[in-house]
Design a protein around this ligand. Structure first.
Ligand code: MN
Length: 248
């Protein structure tokens, strides 16, 4: 099935595959329970590192190629043509600006992760070999530190996006207190993998904490395990993609 419009095709020139993969990523993250009607996934433009691709304001499970819009890093849409854009697009642009190594970003309200954003005494840490990308633990972005105690908790402008990117630092995951998480990757497939497995890790960690003190991965184990498992990212991607396609 190819529903791509000439306009969307022009936006990514030779990179039709990446555009299609971004559509698949939207569907996968919905099917795997990471995104629901809210949340979004973007990829840095393959030919223009100062731009990124993100769907128009809509439920991720319904995204098609013609719904993808190109954005400047400051959140300005290049080819929206009157289409409504996501309020929290600044999450993506400001992380791409701060982190040249990041090629894809997932912002979710991943249900098992949200509790770790609100319980600051129990950091989210890697507790199994599938989630080494969490490294030494996910930092928490506290919006009150930069915007006071009466916000809607959303990243609704570029300065808030910049503050979030600062909290992310060199990590792959940043939690957002009372809101959700933002996950980054050096490829779209790795970002999707990480967004799925940060949810799994949070569920497992909460389960483990009920049993007793948890033995977490050391920083060395986290790094080694991450390199091992993410070298095989094609395997879950193909599975999740096929399942997502079969459902549509
Ligand atoms: Mn959000």
């Amino acid at each position: 099935m190819n529903t791509q419009t000439p306009q969307a095709a022009a936006a990514v020139s030779d990179s039709d595959d990446l555009l299609q993969d971004l559509v698949h990523a939207n569907h996968i993250l919905f099917d795997e329970g990471v995104l629901d009607a809210f949340g979004h996934v973007s990829v840095r433009h393959p030919d223009r590192p100062d731009r990124f691709l993100l769907a128009r304001n809509m439920a991720p499970g319904l995204v098609r190629a013609e719904d993808i819009i190109e954005f400047e890093l400051d959140g300005t849409p290049v080819d929206a043509d009157g289409r409504k854009v996501y309020l929290e697009r600044f999450i993506h642009g400001e992380i791409y600006r701060a982190r040249p190594d990041v090629m894809a970003v997932v912002h979710s309200h991943s249900p098992s992760v949200v509790p770790f954003s609100a319980v600051k005494s129990t950091p989210l840490r890697p507790m199994c070999h599938m989630s080494g990308f969490i490294g030494e633990g996910a930092p928490i972005f506290e919006i009150r530190d930069v915007a006071g105690d009466a916000t809607d908790l959303l990243i609704r402008n570029a300065p808030l996006g910049e503050s979030l990117a600062h909290s992310l630092g060199d990590n792959n995951v940043v939690l957002m207190r009372g809101h959700g998480a933002t996950v980054t990757g050096p490829t779209l497939k790795q970002a999707v993998y990480r967004a799925v497995y940060v949810e799994v890790n949070a569920r497992l960690q909460a389960d483990a904490l009920r049993l007793g003190p948890v033995e977490y991965l050391t920083p060395g184990e986290a790094k080694t395990a991450m390199e091992m498992i993410e070298g095989q990212v094609e395997r879950p991607w193909q599975l999740w993609k096929q399942r997502a396609q079969a459902r549509r």
